[in-house]
Design a protein around this ligand. Structure first.
Ligand code: NCD
Length: 301
């Protein structure tokens, strides 16, 4: 099966992946699970965690990986279209993981590919496997989603992690606190979708106006590469910084998450705080992507 959009993942599917990922967590031998299968990782945009955790996940499952992390050295450089690239590569592999700067690129690939396609980020739109590992991290720390106050802070407009995380969380009774400058706020369509599903959504400008209530603070990077100009980006660079002062206002069991990479939005001094969970979150990419690959490849398309 494909993993393209978070909206189309049912609560049952999400729960099944989280449960399955738990099974893949311990360092047991899973090398027979996808033995002989081949995964293509096509990264048209930079990636560290997503690319390498998919690779690690596939190899731990006994499969093999081929792919590219820049278009240099591929026929894309000669002007080959995405459609042709997918047509060709899908003939060589059992599944495709793809990251692309254009919204909807993963859906297009899935429409023409006979093998499953997993969206590893399409523009500012979606990043479903990031959402799954974010949920996995929250569940590992709190056991239940119901009743949690979750703050999502930073670039909610261009970022592609806050929106799908919110959509997935709308399956439970959570309260969302959006912390952003008005110019980088969550789009109205998403807020309406969430409120229609019964989620309480509060929008604030300052971290200080939400921090005391939060169980989870999910920080995001200001997405420099998606701003029309450098000058526009510089207006927002460094607007939110979690440091010891902010942490001193937070609950004792609040957790800090971040999809990473961070630029300046979490001070290094926070790394030693037991509430800092972003490195644990990044590690969770492996078991969660093992569960996703297993489900994607085992289920016919
Ligand atoms: C994120 C992404 O690429 O959307 N990174 C990731 O996958 N962990 C977040 C970001 O780049 O800010």
């Amino acid at each position: 099966m494909d993993f393209i959009s978070t909206r189309s993942m049912s609560k049952d599917l999400i729960e099944e992946i989280l449960k399955s990922a738990k099974r893949f967590e311990p360092k047991k031998d899973f090398s027979q699970t996808l033995r002989g299968k081949v995964l293509a990782t096509l990264f048209f945009e930079p990636s560290t965690r997503t690319q390498f955790s998919f690779q690690s996940a596939m190899e731990r499952l006994g499969g093999n990986v081929l792919g590219f992390s820049t278009i240099e050295g591929t026929s894309v450089k000669k002007g080959e279209t995405l459609v042709d690239t997918i047509r060709i590569i899908s003939g060589y592999v059992d599944a495709i993981v793809m990251r692309h700067s254009k919204e909807g690129a993963a859906k297009l690939a899935a429409d023409i590919s006979p093998v499953p396609v997993i969206n590893a980020g399409d523009g500012s739109h979606d990043h479903p496997t990031q959402t799954l590992l974010d949920l996995f991290t929250i569940k590992n720390n709190f056991k239940e989603f119901d009743g949690l106050d979750i703050g999502i802070c930073g670039d909610l407009r261009y970022g592609r992690t806050g929106r799908p995380l919110s959509i997935a969380l709308s399956n439970w009774r959570v309260k969302l606190h959006y912390i952003s400058p008005p110019q980088l706020s969550m789009d109205g369509g998403t807020i309406k979708f969430l409120r229609d599903k019964g989620v309480q959504v509060k929008e604030v400008l300052k971290m200080e106006d939400a921090i005391k209530e939060l169980d989870v603070l999910y920080m995001t990077r200001i997405q420099q590469e998606r701003f029309p100009t450098e000058e526009e980006y510089l207006k927002f660079k460094g607007v939110y910084v979690v440091d010891k002062r902010i942490m001193s206002m937070a609950k004792e069991d609040m957790i800090v998450m971040h999809p990473l990479p961070r630029v300046d939005e979490i001070a290094i001094e926070v790394d030693d705080d037991p509430r800092a969970k972003y490195f644990e979150q990044a590690r969770n990419g492996v078991p969660v992507r093992m569960a996703v690959l297993n489900r994607a490849i085992t289920d016919s398309k």
